[in-house]
Design a protein around this ligand. Structure first.
Ligand code: GRF
Length: 199
């Protein structure tokens, strides 16, 4: 069986990308990494791994649709069969979501549907929850909304700061995201409405 070709979108440090790269093998390989930020450290991680690293500058395009189409073009040019959002800090436009329908995963640092949005770890801490975690889900046109593939819990500890809690969540993410990609690669993710059955 041919290995799954994965494209990764990110905006930042890319520790999840690193975990995905480190776990790549017969099931999947990372074929391109795309960032909206030229100085995202994740692009450097890609180069170090010998993976094409592409900066798509949103300022170079006339609006969100054109920017998203440019990303879709890069992903198509590398024949990506799965797209993984790994700290990509922009909301995907419908044209990109449709181009890779049910083939885009995101990882979110909370147990969705609790604490969607850009500061999930802080929001969970401020709410006073005792357990939070991380979610891998399929991406649809709404933010942090698509069908849930995998979730794992992370207890909040007394004295946790946003950073300390996020660090522990990321440790779990680094195991969970490659696991979800391997399930996708094996054709074991079956979507039925909001529900995902792992076959
Ligand atoms: C992760 O916590 C992920 O859940 C969120 O953004 C963060 C990215 O971190 N979507 P990194 O760049 O992979 O270190």
């Amino acid at each position: 069986m041919e290995s799954l070709r994965v494209g990764v979108l990110l905006s930042g440090s890319g520790t999840n990308l690193q975990a995905i790269l480190d776990a790549a093998g017969v099931e999947y390989s990372v074929v391109v990494v795309v960032s909206d930020k030229a100085d995202a450290f994740g692009l450097q991680r890609a180069r170090d791994a010998g993976v094409p690293a592409v900066h798509v500058d949103p300022r170079g395009y006339d609006g969100r649709d054109a920017f998203n189409e440019a990303i879709a073009d890069v992903l198509r040019a590398h024949d990506a069969g799965l797209v993984c959002l790994a700290g990509f800090m922009r909301i995907l436009a419908p044209n990109l979501v449709k181009a890779f329908e049910n083939r885009i995963l995101n990882i979110h640092p909370a147990l969705l549907p609790a604490f969607p949005g850009g500061h999930a770890v802080r929001d969970a801490l401020d709410w006073g929850v005792k357990i939070t975690g991380t979610t891998v889900h399929l991406v649809d046109e709404e933010v942090d909304h698509g069908p849930i593939v995998l979730q794992r819990a992370v207890p909040v500890e007394a004295g946790d700061t946003e950073d300390s809690l996020h660090e522990r969540i990321k440790e779990v993410e680094h195991v969970l995201y490659p696991e979800a990609i391997r399930l996708f690669a094996a054709g074991r993710i079956h979507v039925d409405g909001r529900r995902v059955r792992i076959g």
